[in-house]
Design a protein around this ligand. Structure first.
Ligand code: ZN
Length: 235
């Protein structure tokens, strides 16, 4: 599917595969394209992947799409304001725990920690400083139900606490690989060296399709792996 063919309407679920739906959040912008892709995986026990920005309509749309299913897991790819903030309200309403790699500064590389400690100015775009998972997961950790299994893959680079989530021969790639543009790597939260090694890690999965945090499903992952970087635009 190309980005031209991918035209979801915010709040209206799009069926992508058996047990997988996408709901576009109503937050289009130059950084988010049409908006954030929230994924609902499962029929009875539902994982919500990247609930999105703290927005009443989007929260209602997630509940409506879940229908008779139980929202039992909330999994956040990374602590950016367009992906994680709604997790807390959704968790309070459903009792579902929030899974993630850690708070926003978790997974920062040693060199970026040092630069930040030395007062590196800039960066910090869109960080959800309040984010904190209830359950910390890292590479190799799995969430397993009767219906589906998700395996975490730590992919720092866009931000240190970024996770991709492997589901069979597909991967939810968050902002590590996006459908419409290459990723943003902005120090000190972003780290290009980490980003490149995360691209190699992801390429070794040899997935058939990527479901990104923004834009259309990526049906040519091999090309996407090579073109997944763009420099931060000047402020
Ligand atoms: Zn992001």
């Amino acid at each position: 599917m190309s980005d031209q063919e991918f035209n979801p309407v915010a709040g209206h679920p799009v069926h992508l595969a058996d047990g997988l739906r996408l709901i576009l959040a109503p937050n289009p912008s130059p950084m988010t394209y049409q908006g954030t892709n929230t994924y609902l995986l499962g029929h009875k026990l539902i994982a919500v992947i990247d609930p999105g920005p703290d927005n009443d309509e989007h929260l209602a749309a997630i509940h409506a799409a879940a229908g008779d299913g139980d929202i039992s897991y909330i999994i956040v790819t990374h602590a950016h304001l367009d992906h994680s903030p709604l997790a807390r309200r959704l968790s309070t309403q459903t009792g579902a725990p929030i899974y993630g790699y850690g708070p926003a500064v978790a997974g920062r590389s040693a060199i970026m920690q040092r630069l930040a400690g030395q007062g590196l100015a800039g960066g910090g775009e869109g960080i959800d400083v309040d984010f904190g998972p209830d359950v910390v997961i890292a590479s190799g950790d799995c969430v397993i139900t009767d219906e589906w299994t998700l395996e975490a893959l730590h992919t720092p680079g866009h931000i240190g606490n970024h996770l991709c989530l492997i589901w069979g021969d597909t991967v939810f790639t968050g902002d590590h690989v996006m459908g419409w543009a290459s990723s943003l790597v902005s120090p000190p939260d972003g780290d290009l060296t980490d980003f490149m090694s995360s691209c190699e890690k992801l390429a070794r999965i040899d997935a058939r399709i990527y479901f990104p945090g923004h834009g259309a499903p990526v049906t040519n992952p091999k090309d996407a792996d090579r073109m997944a970087y763009r420099a931060p635009s000047p402020a």
